[in-house]
Design a protein around this ligand. Structure first.
Ligand code: CTP
Length: 372
């Protein structure tokens, strides 16, 4: 426990010492014979800075080492997780944004702050993340560094969210994908030690800390980004809701109401990104596992499972995650039910639970195929 000078104004040193059962200090001049910053930095399997103030983020980003905390951070060999807490204006300030980016570029996990009541009457983003979220981020960081994850050293690309197909400079055709399942997949892959790249179309939720993000708008952008990642990818999960069609023409200027006939929008087919990824894999020496998602209803011609089997064969991927869509929509909900259909002909039992439970099952299936 290394309370900063400011922390001891909120909670006194005596309390920190009594609670931790250890002497605490933030000075590099105490117990000089033990060279605390070197010892702590080297010995720590994980360093969690919570709360991380705007000041601590700035000092860590600048590489200062004028107290025990910043000195220890500079000596750290293990993963570092920072859980910011500050007023919204400070969190959103360009200086803090730049510091957070610098720290993330260096591999430090800076957890997104929660949004809500702050220390004054103000409220907004900047609230200390919930302890469970800090704990989860810490576990992911440790999982990445202890070499035990099933995807250790592997690169996973996940397409997430819903594409937007432009009609004119202000309008688009979109869909209701929330991106929640994709983000849960990213968390699950990170927890298994993977290096994760998100190809991120429009989503309602933020990506977890610790992944690379390539932002895309349309199906064509998404295709380009996915195919660019493919040569260095070991697992591709196509969780994005990719528009099957786009307007044939994108107007340069806003479409105005006129006195003439109502506009008619002609649509053209978008490429099938999943299928194109499977085709691009042909002839590759290193293994690449490719997975798709399918939300199916039954109809007069077939039940959802038969539709999904046909889709798996059509797409040519290694497995398909089937979501049976009933009267309740899966979009935006926090729980889900899936079946994994494998190209080798096996079908999992129904897997029910949170999007994270589903994600863990999907990532475990992909990791299993990679090992085969
Ligand atoms: N997909 C894709 N490119 C598209 C459409 C879909 O890569 N243009 C991917 C999705 O990311 C998903 C899978 O294909 O992983 C299945 O999506 P779905 O929309 O169910 O497939 P479609 O081929 O569009 O099937 P349908 O005929 O049922 O619309």
């Amino acid at each position: 426990m290394i309370p900063t000078e400011a922390a001891t104004r909120f909670v006194g040193t005596a309390t920190w010492e009594a609670l931790s059962g250890n002497p605490v200090t933030n000075s590099v001049w105490d117990a000089v014979d033990r060279v605390n910053h070197v010892r702590l930095g080297h010995e720590a399997d994980l360093i969690v800075v919570a709360p991380a103030t705007a000041d601590v983020l700035a000092r860590a980003a600048a590489g200062l080492a004028d107290d025990l905390l910043t000195g220890t951070l500079l000596m750290a060999r293990g993963p570092v997780v920072m859980a910011p807490a500050m007023h919204t204006e400070m969190w959103q300030h360009a200086a803090t944004r730049a510091n957070v980016e610098t720290l993330r570029d260096r591999g430090i996990t800076v957890v997104e702050p929660a949004s809500g009541r702050l220390t004054g009457a103000d409220s907004g983003p900047g609230r200390l993340p919930e302890p469970a979220d800090i704990f989860a981020a810490a576990m992911r960081a440790v999982g990445r560094s202890d070499g035990s994850g099933s995807l250790q050293g592997r690169r996973v690309t996940i397409s997430v969210g819903g594409t937007r197909e432009a009609l004119d400079p202000v309008r688009f055709l979109g869909n209701r994908s929330s991106g929640k399942q994709g983000m849960a997949l990213a968390e699950a892959a990170l927890a298994q030690g993977a290096h994760v790249t998100l190809v991120l179309a429009h989503a309602e939720v933020s990506p977890p800390a610790g992944c690379d993000v390539v932002r895309v708008e349309s199906a064509l952008d998404l295709r380009e980004a996915v195919l660019a990642e493919l040569p260095t990818t070991d697992v591709l999960v196509m969780a994005a809701a990719v528009a099957d069609y786009r307007p044939a023409e994108v107007m340069d200027a806003k479409i105005k109401k006129g006195d003439g006939a109502d506009p008619v929008i002609t649509l053209v087919r978008n490429p099938d990104v999943l299928r194109d990824a499977v085709l691009a894999r042909a002839g590759r020496a290193e293994p690449l596992v490719i997975a798709g998602f399918a939300a199916e209803t039954g109809d007069a011609t077939a039940d959802p499972l038969s539709h999904a089997r046909a889709k798996l064969a059509r797409k040519g991927c290694d497995f398909l995650v089937l979501n049976v869509v009933g009267s309740h929509l899966v979009f935006g909900q926090d729980t889900n039910e899936i079946t994994i259909l494998d190209a080798r002909g096996t079908e999992s039992a129904a897997i029910r639970g949170s999007k994270r439970t589903i994600a863990d099952a999907v990532i475990a299936h992909a990791a299993g195929l990679l090992e085969d």
